[in-house]
Design a protein around this ligand. Structure first.
Ligand code: GLY
Length: 374
């Protein structure tokens, strides 16, 4: 099935190096790709109830065609699953299934399942290998690559976790066809982020190809997922545990996380939507600080609008805190270092950098303006 569209990348992390395969039809071929990793032909799959209904049979058949037996646990879909109770259930289920040190756990789902399953694999018997089979666009271009795993705490998102790299990532782009348009576009927020943070030519390409990509053009989807994963892999190889440069991947996230917290991590604002609005604000801030041309934030906003995405604070339904309230939420972010907020700013499209040197008063003015426009 359209095999000619399949692409392969390698994340060069020495002993922990792994392949990312991208393209349509990979679920149905999963057995052939996973078999070389296995000592015995059996895997334990963690998934969610929605994804299980849509894709588990295809995966089961794909594994069976290589003689691999599968057991599976479907957790409830949604962010609330990234919590201790579901994590405990997943780990105890893996132990009940007698998953051994040399076995492989498979994460079939979006970012919630990938993060939870990866974290479960990192602690099970002091660490077993796992394969990421991301089914959302966001998971295919971001969370399935790079080894950040974890769950949320009542105190904040992703505060409990571990770095644990997968042994293989299978990004089947044909499953993107089952996503709701809103979820697809939220994932697209992370795709366009890569152009904004480090590849102006990719941003140009997305301006031209974004609409076709959203409409289902498979070659464009494969190319976008490939370029995103390539950029993420390059950054992760340079800075696996985020001592510096990896933080550039958080473009738009300082504002975005505050907006997610302000909206209670609810359906009012999806993570990728918060990132897109956050990127627009980060470019606005960069322009206010004289770092980039005034046209850059306008171009960012124009593309997001062209794609039908949320761009302004007025696109978020319901009340929001005032500028000081949003600043306080930003201060609770894990990107605070030595009490200083870290921002990802840009000298232009494709030229993002990390800095703690941003006067709070400029951020407050920017937020006040953005709130006034509501
Ligand atoms: N999602 C940001 C990172 O993986 O570093």
């Amino acid at each position: 099935m359209m095999r000619h569209l399949q692409e392969k990348l390698r994340v060069e992390l020495g002993e922990r190096a792994y392949d990312i395969l991208i393209g349509p039809g990979l679920l149905a071929e999963a057995g052939g790709h996973i078999a070389p990793l296995l000592r015995r032909k059996r895997v334990a799959v963690l998934t969610d109830e929605t994804v299980a209904g849509l894709h588990l049979e295809t995966l089961k058949d794909g594994l069976a065609s290589a003689g691999i037996e599968m057991v599976s646990l479907a957790l409830p879909a949604g962010e609330a699953t990234k919590s201790w109770p579901h994590f405990t259930r997943a780990v105890e289920w893996l132990l009940d299934q007698k998953v051994e040190r040399n076995d492989v756990v498979v994460a079939l789902g979006g970012g919630v399942i990938g993060d939870l399953a990866g974290f479960a694999a990192s602690v099970l018997r002091r660490g077993v290998r796992f394969v990421q089979i991301p089914t959302s666009l966001l998971a295919q271009v971001d969370s399935s690559v790079g080894g950040k795993t974890g769950i949320n705490a009542p105190q904040g998102k992703n505060l409990i976790g571990a770095f644990h790299q997968p042994s293989l990532v299978l990004a089947d782009t044909s499953v993107l066809g089952t996503l709701k348009p809103r979820d697809f576009l939220a994932g697209y927020g992370e795709v366009v982020k890569y152009g904004m943070l480090g590849d102006a030519a990719f941003f140009d390409w997305l301006e031209r190809m974004g609409p076709a990509l959203a409409a289902g053009d498979m070659a464009a989807r494969v190319a976008a997922v490939k370029r995103s994963c390539q950029m993420k892999a390059e950054i992760v190889v340079r800075d696996e545990t985020e001592q510096g440069d990896r933080a550039r991947l958080n473009l738009g996230h300082t504002f975005g996380h505050a907006l997610e917290a302000a909206t209670g991590y609810s359906d009012r604002l999806l993570h990728g939507e918060g990132v897109a609005i956050g990127c627009a604000l980060a470019f606005e801030l960069s322009s206010k600080l004289g770092l980039c041309a005034q046209e850059d934030p306008s171009r960012v906003r124009a593309h997001l609008k062209q794609m039908g995405m949320k761009v302004d604070l007025s696109d978020i339904a319901g009340d929001l805190p005032d500028a000081d309230g949003l600043l306080a939420l930003m201060g609770q972010d894990k990107k605070v270092v030595d009490g200083q907020l870290r921002f990802i700013l840009a000298r232009g499209i494709g030229e993002a950098f990390v800095t703690s040197d941003v006067p709070g008063s400029v951020v407050r003015d920017l937020l006040q303006e953005a709130l006034r426009a509501r």
